[in-house]
Write a protein that binds this ligand. Structure first.
Ligand code: ADP
Ligand code: MG
Length: 313
């Protein structure tokens, strides 16, 4: 068993009447990239702030590196790197000075610090911008600076709160690749996002969060196996009668069908060769068809089946 790095038990955080985090549980082991996936307002940032002891909570317990996390747990905090959702850098300091400032909160040795700052600059692809002030940076570069400030001191645990929101594709890829690299170098990572594709791309395990609760937890493959839907078939057909549509509905493993705008959509649960069975039926009935495709479930489908609403905004 890998070492437990974070353990959140029964966390409750209320803002007056609103329960932002509702008996939330989370365990993260050493070496994981844990994706905390939930729509806006689901409680991700609140959970992060409680985890960091930046926010007082109403109930529950939080341990980091096997010790209770408290506001004055500086020995734990020095091993944690945080990249906040809202960029938090000093406008009066250059890129280099900002990174040096944040690194200096934890690394007092000047020579080591110089080395760490240089590595963070390189890591974030900011070499050409070290003398720039934040106001002169594009949105993507600013995000990368924010990340460099959070990770320069080489923390063992890194929390990234929606680091790619409103970032151009090039910076976004650089950020995602960077997270994988930090993980390869030994950091355990908690990554919050409402972009399911990103979470699926980089996370070794995913927790689905909604209304402050932990609703499901597993690898992307495991989560998709939790739901009824296994495959969506789509076939372009110019004409289909109600009787034929009913016949499709009765095919093995089919649980839902619709026919709109010359497009037949068939939802299947389990089974194999669903597409072949559907196409054989169409052929038997002499129904001409155009484009055909099969889609596997996405994390949005998982979210939809568990909560009844869409993950996308
Ligand atoms: P997420 O990060 O997943 O978007 P948040 O943790 O920011 O979600 O918010 C969770 C819920 O708590 C939301 O309904 C939000 O409006 C509410 N909330 C967050 N911060 C505050 C606050 N300081 N005061 C009151 N309500 C808040
Ligand atoms: Mg948030």
């Amino acid at each position: 068993m890998a070492e437990t790095i974070v353990k959140i038990e029964n966390l409750v955080k209320r803002y007056h009447e609103l329960v932002a985090v509702d008996h939330f549980n989370l365990t993260v082991s050493k070496g994981e990239i844990l994706g905390l996936l939930g729509p806006n307002g689901s409680g991700k940032t609140t959970t992060m702030n409680c985890l960091l002891s930046l926010l007082a909570y109403d109930k529950g317990s939080i341990e980091v590196f096997g010790k209770p996390m408290k506001p004055d747990s500086y020995d734990l905090k020095r091993n944690i790197g945080v990249v906040f959702q809202n960029v938090a850098v000093f406008d009066t300091l250059t890129v280099q000075e900002n990174i040096d400032y944040f690194c200096g909160l934890y690394i007092k040795d000047k020579k080591l610090r110089r080395q760490y700052v240089a590595e963070a600059v390189e890591f974030a692809g900011l070499s050409d911008f070290v003398k720039f002030y934040p106001k002169k940076l594009s949105g993507g570069l600013l995000r990368r600076l924010n990340i460099a400030c959070g990770i320069a001191h080489k923390p063992k645990l890194i929390l990234l709160d929606e680091p790619t929101v409103a970032v151009d594709p090039q910076s976004r890829n650089k950020i995602l690749q960077g997270i994988l690299k930090l993980n390869e170098e030994g950091a355990t990572i908690i990554y919050t996002s409402h972009y399911m594709e990103e979470v699926e791309q980089i996370c070794s395990r995913i927790v689905i969060m909604d209304k402050g609760r932990n609703l499901a937890n597993g690898t992307a493959t495991e989560l998709k196996q939790l739901i009824k839907k296994s495959e969506t078939l789509t076939v372009e057909i110019l004409e289909l009668t109600d009787t034929q549509l009913e016949a499709v509905r009765r095919l093995n493993h089919v649980y839902d069908v619709s026919y709109e705008n010359n497009r037949l959509t068939v939802q299947c649960s389990g089974g194999s060769h669903n597409l072949i069975h559907l196409l054989s039926y169409l052929q038997e009935e002499n129904i001409a068809f155009g484009r055909v495709y099969s889609e596997l479930p996405t994390l949005n489908d998982v979210f939809l089946e568990i909560t009844g609403s869409e993950l996308r905004d």
